[in-house]
Design a protein around this ligand. Structure first.
Ligand SMILES: Cc1cc2nc3c(=O)[nH]c(=O)nc-3n(C[C@H](O)[C@H](O)[C@H](O)COP(=O)(O)OP(=O)(O)OC[C@H]3O[C@@H](n4cnc5c(N)ncnc54)[C@H](O)[C@@H]3O)c2cc1C
Length: 398
């Protein structure tokens, strides 16, 4: 381990968890990642390993069978995992967001019902806000949950881009409901939809058509979800009260942004490690390319970007752990980490010369993974909107 991406002030428990995860990544993930990714094969053995390490319950409180760790621990674990293979961090991320939403907003019955089984990985969560015609603009949600005479609901609509849509058996689904509120944001409700893992009709009125063929982020299943008059009890409304869905989802997205920032740090760190090793081996004009100043400077810039992004992710996580709202810090961390990740990966790609374009080299995979960091949990444009509006409020002329 080099001097980059270290964190001051961790507890012994945090250090121990990170050491264990780092060893797991080096031994069980890095050696197989590129091959599995090219085959687009679900990493079942790795997922079983994550279960054994207790990572599905990392942030779930001990009283519900988890390890009760903080968002910071989670983010640092994600940095390590994404350094090995970003897709694996995707396996735990939607699960983590759904568990977080249950912990923050669920009723006691819902917590008892799901959290202990989520901690073991028996229940696996997916998070569904996006639709074919909406991603950034959540107010345009059109999947409709209609209240029936007996108090239950019937949900109809089409959802898009469910990470773990096939492998999950519990999906937090954002819907439009008719609460008679004057704001569109108070007419949205999150339902906890249960289904079987797999594809096809996975519950009455819930169809997962198949995997979306993606440019990268392979191995993991990303799907659509079609809801056709899916009957669901009002008990499955997150928190038991309709009309709160938008705010619950935004809370989930806030921790999700720290997670994407952490993933971007992991990818960038790996790209840096590969570049600095390659630059000392590859010779041109009679010396290792690291001794050409242009390459040396590139490495220096890459290392600085990795370190800056890591520091911002840590700060955003610590703020949330302190019980404060971290929308601006999470937005800044996500934006900087994802933009820097793309710059660092491209610099590493350039350092690899022609070999960087070969599928035999890891950098080819990282190049495709980095692109997704710019999109997931809100694009940089959306982060700028959140950051800019909040700063204008803070610095309002009096
Ligand atoms: C692999 C993958 C996995 C995903 N997993 C999930 C998941 O698990 N759950 C889920 O709910 N969603 C998921 N998503 C969806 C993801 O969150 C959205 O794709 C993302 O938020 C962007 O939304 P969009 O694709 O609709 O783009 P759009 O909102 O259509 O944006 C298109 C472009 O316009 C820009 N833009 C939009 N509005 C503005 C504005 N007001 N000002 C300036 N620029 C603007 C955007 O920045 C972007 O460049 C996933 C997406 C992918 C690709």
């Amino acid at each position: 381990m080099g001097r980059l991406v270290t964190t001051d002030g961790l507890t012994d428990v945090q250090e121990e968890i990170l050491k264990t995860v780092r060893e797991f990544v080096d031994k069980e993930i890095i050696p197989v990642a590129t091959e599995l990714e090219h085959k687009d094969e679900y990493p079942q053995a790795i997922v079983d390993g994550l279960k054994e390490l207790g990572l599905f319950g990392l942030t779930i409180p001990e009283e519900y069978g988890g390890l009760g760790e903080s968002l910071l621990t989670y983010a640092l674990v994600v940095e390590e995992i994404a350094r090995g293979w970003m897709s694996v961090s995707g396996v735990i991320n939607t699960h983590f967001i759904v568990a977080y939403m249950l912990m923050q907003h669920g009723t006691e019955e819902q917590k008892q019902k799901y959290l202990p089984r989520m901690a073991t990985g028996e229940v696996r969560g997916a998070f569904s806000m996006s639709e074919p015609s909406l991603g950034s603009d959540v107010s345009a949600v059109s999947t409709k949950a209609t209240k029936q005479d007996d108090g239950s609901y019937s949900i109809t609509g089409q959802k898009m881009w469910l990470t773990n849509g096939g492998s999950s058996n519990l999906v937090a689904v954002l819907t439009k409901t008719d609460e008679g509120a004057d704001s569109v944001y108070r007419n949205m409700t999150t339902f906890l939809v249960e289904k079987e893992p797999g594809f096809g009709e996975t519950a009455p009125g819930v169809t997962i058509p198949g995997k979306i063929d993606k440019m990268g982020y392979k191995g993991i299943d990303t799907t659509e979800m079609i809801l056709d008059k899916h009957q669901i009890s009002a008990d499955q409304i997150l928190g038991g009260v309709p009309g709160k869905g938008f705010y619950q989802m935004m809370d989930g997205v806030e921790v999700g942004r720290v997670n994407v920032g952490a993933r971007a740090v992991g990818i960038a760190n790996r790209a840096f490690e590969l570049a600095i090793a390659y630059a000392q081996q590859r010779e041109t004009f009679g010396k290792p390319i690291a001794q050409h100043q242009a390459i040396l400077f590139r490495l220096a810039e890459m290392g600085t970007k990795v370190e800056t992004a890591h520091a911002m992710v840590v700060r955003a996580a610590r703020k949330k752990d302190a019980g404060e709202r971290n929308d601006v810090e999470a937005g800044m961390a996500k934006m900087v980490a994802s933009e820097y990740c793309n710059e660092v990966v491209e610099a590493s790609f350039r350092i690899h010369g022609g070999y960087g374009y070969s599928k035999e080299y890891e950098i080819e995979r990282l190049y495709r993974e980095a692109a997704f960091m710019l999109i997931g949990e809100g694009t940089s444009d959306i982060q700028k909107m959140i950051i800019g509006r909040s700063l204008l409020k803070d610095y309002k002329l009096r």
